[in-house]
Design a protein. Structure first.
Length: 380
C-alpha cells in the first residue's frame, strides 16, 4: 500500500472542490482534476494547488493512474467516467445522485462488484452530529420501540434560478435525486437499512426556467437570475423533473417488532412557516432534530412529557470534522471512512453503490406516480 492514496477528481464546482479538500484532510494526495471547460479547470487547479488539470477524462486516467476517483459532477454525466475508472481498477467516491437512471446505477454497482473495487455513495448527511446522536439514543432505547418518522422540508427556491442540470431528468436533476437521497439515508442509518415498501407522489410545479450563459458553480447560480424576466429576447427551458414530493415508506428495524412508518414531505418551491425538521417517534418518547437534514438542535420528549434540548456528547463532537458547512463536514466524515477502509482499517458500514443503485430504483418507482386509486366514481 502506498503511503498516500492518489486521487483524481471530476468536477470543478462546489462538489468537486469540496471533494478535493475532504480527500486532502483524509491524508490522500489529489493528483489531478478534470472539468468540462479548459479555462475553468485550469483556474481551479491553480487556485487549489493541483498539478494536473484537463478536460479529457480518459486521458487523465492514463496520465494520473489514480487509486481513487472522486466524482462531483451532475448525475447525468456519471456513468461513462465511473465505468471507465472502475475498468481501470480505481476505487470510486461518487456524489448523489449515483446516475440519472436505475438501469445505469445497477450496471455500475455490478461492475464495481465484478472488479472488486470499493465504492462510496455520498448521500452523506447521515453524518451530521445530531443524526449520529439520534442513532445512538434510539439504539440505547431513549424513545422505546420506534414506530414512525417524519421528514418535513420546504426550500422556497427561487423559480427564476437559471435553467440547468437540476431541471432535467436526463442530467440527474429533480428533488428526489438531490434531497430525498439524503433524507432516506439519514432515516435508514438510524432506523434500519432494509426498506420493505415505498409509495409516493411527485409534482413539477415549476414548468420552466430562464436560460442564462456563464453558470459554472451550482452554489452561485442565484447570481445569474435575470433582472428583467419580461425581456422578449430571454430564452426559456422546460423542466421535466419534480420540484415537490410526498413519499411513504416502511422500514425494518432491529429496534421494533413491526415495520416503522416514514413520511418524507418536501416542497422545493414553497415557503416554510415553522422549522424544517426530522422527528423519530417511539412508544416511550420522541426525538426532534431541527433542520431539513437534522443538523440542528436535538430535543427529547421523555418521561416528563416535555421537549428538552439534549447536549451533544463530547465523543461525538470530537469526531465531527473541523470545517465550515454541514455539507463539507459530512463529505469529510465519509471520505475519511472510505480512505480508512481502502487502507484496511475497520470502519462502520457506509453508503456504497449498493445503496446508490437501490435509491435510483426507488426514485423511479416513486416517479411513476402509479399508486393512486381512482375514487371519482364515488361522486357520480
Amino acid at each position: 500500500m502506498k503511503s498516500k492514496l492518489n486521487v483524481l477528481v471530476a468536477g470543478t464546482g462546489f462538489a468537486g472542490q469540496g471533494h478535493v479538500d475532504a480527500f486532502r484532510a483524509a491524508g490522500a494526495k489529489v493528483v489531478g482534476i478534470v472539468g468540462r471547460t479548459e479555462s475553468v479547470v485550469s483556474d481551479v487547479a491553480q487556485q487549489m494547488g493541483i498539478g494536473y488539470s484537463g478536460t479529457d477524462w480518459q486521458q487523465a486516467l492514463k496520465d494520473c493512474q489514480p487509486d481513487i476517483v472522486s466524482v462531483g459532477t451532475p448525475g447525468g454525466v456519471h456513468y461513462e467516467p465511473i465505468a471507465q475508472a472502475i475498468e481501470q481498477g480505481c476505487h470510486v467516491f461518487c456524489d448523489k445522485p449515483m446516475t440519472h437512471s436505475a438501469e445505469t446505477a445497477i450496471k455500475l454497482y455490478e461492475l464495481a462488484q465484478a472488479k472488486q473495487v470499493k465504492t462510496a455513495y455520498a448521500a452523506s448527511f447521515r453524518y451530521t452530529p445530531s443524526v449520529l446522536h439520534a442513532k445512538r439514543l434510539i439504539a440505547e432505547g431513549a424513545i422505546g420501540e420506534p414506530v414512525e418518522v417524519e421528514c418535513i422540508s420546504h426550500f422556497n427556491l427561487e423559480r427564476e434560478i437559471p435553467f440547468g442540470w437540476s431541471h432535467r431528468l436526463e442530467d440527474g436533476g429533480g428533488r428526489l435525486n438531490n434531497n430525498f437521497t439524503h433524507s432516506l439515508s439519514i432515516v435508514t442509518s438510524v432506523i434500519g437499512e432494509k426498506i420493505l415498501g415505498i409509495m409516493g407522489e411527485v409534482r413539477d410545479d415549476l414548468g420552466k426556467a430562464p436560460i442564462v450563459d456563464g453558470v459554472h458553480n451550482f452554489t452561485t447560480r442565484r447570481n445569474f437570475i435575470p433582472k428583467d424576466l419580461s425581456d422578449a429576447s430571454l430564452r426559456w427551458g422546460e423542466s421535466n423533473v419534480e420540484w415537490s414530493y410526498t413519499v411513504l415508506a416502511k422500514l425494518e428495524s432491529t429496534f421494533a417488532k413491526q415495520a416503522v412508518s416514514v413520511l418524507f414531505k418536501h416542497g422545493g418551491l414553497v415557503p416554510r412557516f415553522n422549522d424544517d425538521h426530522i422527528v423519530f417517534y417511539g412508544k416511550a418518547g420522541a426525538l426532534y432534530l431541527q433542520g431539513h437534514y437534522g443538523s440542528g438542535q436535538l430535543s427529547l420528549w421523555g418521561a416528563n412529557k416535555q421537549w428538552q434540548p439534549v447536549p451533544l456528547p463530547d465523543d461525538i463532537a470530537n469526531v465531527v470534522p473541523k470545517v465550515n458547512g454541514d455539507t463539507e463536514q459530512c463529505w469529510h466524515y465519509l471520505v475519511s471512512e472510505f480512505v480508512k477502509d481502502i487502507q484496511g482499517e475497520t470502519v462502520e458500514p457506509y453508503p456504497t453503490f449498493k445503496e446508490g443503485s437501490q435509491y435510483q430504483q426507488l426514485i423511479e418507482l416513486i416517479r411513476a406516480n402509479n399508486d393512486w386509486k381512482d375514487v371519482s366514481y364515488l361522486y357520480n
